[in-house]
Structure formats: C-alpha cells, structure tokens
Design a protein around this ligand. Structure first.
Ligand SMILES: *Cc1c(COP(=O)(O)O)cnc(C)c1O
Length: 352
C-alpha cells in the first residue's frame, strides 16, 4: 500500500493543475505570454515564455546525480519547499502531528505551525553526541503522526543518524508514518546516505539540496526523493512553473562532469578545514565542549558565550548562536581557509 494513503484525503484526490500546452515549433497563442523576449535575453529557453510546468531535463539530471530514477524525484525550491509540501500534503490542521528531534532544523516546526500541525519533539542527549534512539522516536509517535523528520547529519549538532536506527523506525512505522530523512549536509559526511533504501521502504522520503555542498544556495534548488506516488502527490500540491528558467539552466550546467568534479574538490577542502578548525578550537580556554561533526559546521558549547561572540562580532565575523534551550552553544560554519584563520585570530583576542 502506498504511504500516500495516510495523506490528507483532499490532497489524495487533488487533480494536478492543467497548464497551457507547450509544444516545440508551434505558434503559442495559448498562455498570454509576450511574443518576443527582451533584447539581451541569454537563456536557452527565452524568458518571455513560461518555464516547463516541471523541469524535465533538470529533474533527470538531479535524479542521476542523486542515483535515483526521475519518477522518484521532485525538484523543489530548496529542500525547504519540500518540507512545506510534505507537511501540507500529509497533515490535517488541528489533528495530525509531526515528530522530530531537538535540537534540530527549525523549519520543520515552522511549516508545521503554518499548517496547524502539532510538533512532538524528542530530546537528544549532548552527553551521547545527540544520538537519535529509535525507541524514543517510536514512543513519541501516535496514530496521528503523519511525518517523522530526521536530519542527518543533524543541523545544528552535526551527528549522523545510524542506519540501523533508521531501518528500525522505517519498519516500526511502516504504513503509519512517512519517515523523512533530511540529508542537506550528507556530502560532507563521507557516507552516501539513505537513498539506496528508497526501493525497499515505501514510507521513506529523502530530502537533498544544492544549497550547501554544491554552492547553490542562491539558486533555491533541492529535491524530494521518494516513491513515485508520493512524488506525484507532492507535485500536484507544488505551484505550477515552480522552478524558474534561469535556475533550471544554471543548475543543469553545474551538474556537468566538470562541475561535479569541482564540487568534490571543494567538499574535500571543507572537510579538511573542518578537521583543522576542530583541532584548533579545542585549545581555547572558553571552549567547553566541541562535538564531532559530519557536516560543514561545528557545534560548540562556550564559557562566557556572549563575551566571545561580542569579540568576534567586533571583528566583523558572524557566528550562529542559539539562545534559550541551547544556552552558550554556537554553530560555526566552515569557511574558506582565510576566513577560518580570521576567526582563529579574532578568538585569540578574547580576553579572560
Ligand atoms: C540548509 C538546510 C536545508 C536546505 O535548505 P534549502 O531550502 O535547500 O536552501 C534543509 N535542511 C536542513 C537541515 C538545512 O540545514
């Protein structure tokens, strides 16, 4: 049985938007477009025309890149849009809930609130490197848990989800919840993630993005990977023409062999800088704890965090601090070697 059967009934019944036909070598008087592009339009598909309803070439290129079939792939405006589409498609307002871990990515809660879904958070333990325990997740689920969001590597803590934990959750929730693994940082982890489990588990959905390792945050491009029925349902919810022509064309170009090679070498640089920074940061008196990271950032607990952050800010460097629950914790993105050195120099100036 498809996991779409637990989606909102009106979404299961939703008929995709019927767009104006687009057929090559025809006179297009059916979409109220301008007949001519602006002078200087430099795109293969001129911008006076709507993009394809769903970007076919880009979808195929991304599917190939992620090692899945095109029918398992929905191209989204960043993976944030995929989070939004999933919650809107699966959760009935005021009735259903999502389960996720804490601390984790704040967008799961954000879009749940927008949709009127409840959020159930499972605390993870800093003394255990924030590891996710299958039993804790399963205990938090009830019959209205439509989605479980698991972030691996987790933002902001940097830890990977263990594969046997994921499998246990997939099997225990089977047709009761869709399990969404957010792999925004997987390229930095030295592991290939969980896309290979897609064929085996009809309740698995994997989110990937080009915003981090592929250096395309400004293009807003990501993907939901999952069973064809789920992809078709999410596609019916997504706005027609969601992916703009400039985005499609520049991402298609970046996914050529040379672009992938360049990305691989940049990822290797970030990983080696992460290890250098991790070692260097340990030696500062105000670094209380520094957790292992499989991502392009480090998560630390500081003594006198406001004092440290003030020094760094005076030196015009921004770090991410987490007030409230994560008092004294900061997330440091791994930058270029020069930027990382700048941070170390600034930290050396922190007075006792
Ligand atoms: C950055 C990030 C994303 C992706 O955001 P985009 O919308 O693709 O830019 C998704 N999940 C997590 C955990 C992230 O940190």
């Amino acid at each position: 049985m498809s996991i779409t059967s637990i989606a909102r009934p009106e979404i299961q019944a939703l008929v995709p938007y019927s767009a104006a036909e687009q057929i090559d070598a025809t006179v297009r008087l059916n979409a109220n477009e301008a007949p001519l592009p602006i002078s200087g339009d430099r795109f293969r598909r001129p911008l006076n025309r709507y993009p394809e309803v769903r970007p076919n070439r880009l979808g195929t290129a991304l599917a190939t890149h992620f090692g899945v079939a095109p029918e398992n792939t929905l191209v989204t405006r960043g993976s944030s849009e995929a989070i939004d589409l999933l919650i809107r498609a699966f959760c009935r307002a005021g009735i259903d809930n999502i389960v996720t871990t804490a601390p984790s990515f704040s967008m799961y809660r954000h879009y749940a609130v927008v949709q009127g879904a409840t959020v159930r958070e499972v605390a993870t333990n800093p003394d255990n490197d924030f590891a996710i325990a299958a039993n804790d997740i399963l205990e938090a689920c009830d019959s209205n848990t439509r989605l479980v969001f698991l972030c691996s590597p987790n933002n902001p803590t940097g830890n990977l989800l263990e594969r046997d934990v994921l499998i246990k959750i997939l099997e225990a929730r089977n047709s009761k919840s869709a399990i969404v693994v957010d792999e925004a940082y997987i390229e930095f982890s030295g592991t290939s993630g969980s896309t290979d489990l897609l064929g085996q588990y009809p309740n698995l959905i994997v989110l990937r993005t080009l915003s981090k390792a592929l250096a395309f945050a400004g293009a807003r491009c990501g993907a939901a990977l999952g069973p064809p029925e789920v992809i078709r349902m999410l596609s019916a919810v997504q706005a027609p023409y969601a992916i703009a022509t400039p985005v499609s064309e520049c991402v298609e170009d970046a996914l050529q062999e040379s672009g992938i090679q360049e990305a691989a070498s940049r990822i290797a640089d970030i990983v080696s800088e992460r290890e250098r920074m991790s070692a260097a940061l340990q030696s500062f008196w105000f670094v209380e704890r520094l957790w292992p990271s499989a991502a392009n950032f480090l998560f630390l607990q500081l003594r006198q965090a406001p004092h440290v952050l003030e020094q760094v800010r005076n030196d015009k460097i921004l770090l991410r601090d987490f007030g409230g629950d994560l008092d004294d914790c900061v997330r440091i993105t791994i930058g270029s070697q020069a930027e990382n050195d700048q941070l170390l120099t600034s930290l050396e100036r922190v007075s006792r």
